[in-house]
Design a protein around this ligand. Structure first.
Ligand SMILES: [Zn+2]
Length: 85
């Protein structure tokens, strides 16, 4: 009876055939192992190589999530960092 919790435990790992993003039990994780963000993933990964096949549910082709991380924001961050030096 004690080990019921363990026998119910399942690790479901899904990998996007297109961009290689991985989901563990429905949660997206970055390659670094950090908890992911499917909207930032859409901006940074899925949107870079357009076309069908991406399994990211939040990815809409041609759509950029303004509130999530984008390449534009990253470029601005890097530019500011250079200017401040
Ligand atoms: Zn994908």
């Amino acid at each position: 009876m004690e080990d019921k919790e363990f026998s119910d435990f399942k690790m479901e790992r899904i990998e996007c055939p297109k961009c290689g993003a991985t989901w563990l039990n429905g949660q997206h994780y970055w390659k670094t192992g950090r908890v992911g963000d499917t909207k930032a993933l859409s901006n940074l990964v899925c949107g870079v190589a357009p076309g069908p096949g991406c399994i990211n549910e939040d990815h809409k082709e041609g759509h950029v999530y303004g509130e999530a991380d984008t390449w534009q924001k990253r470029a601005q961050f890097i530019n500011r960092w250079y200017e401040e030096r």
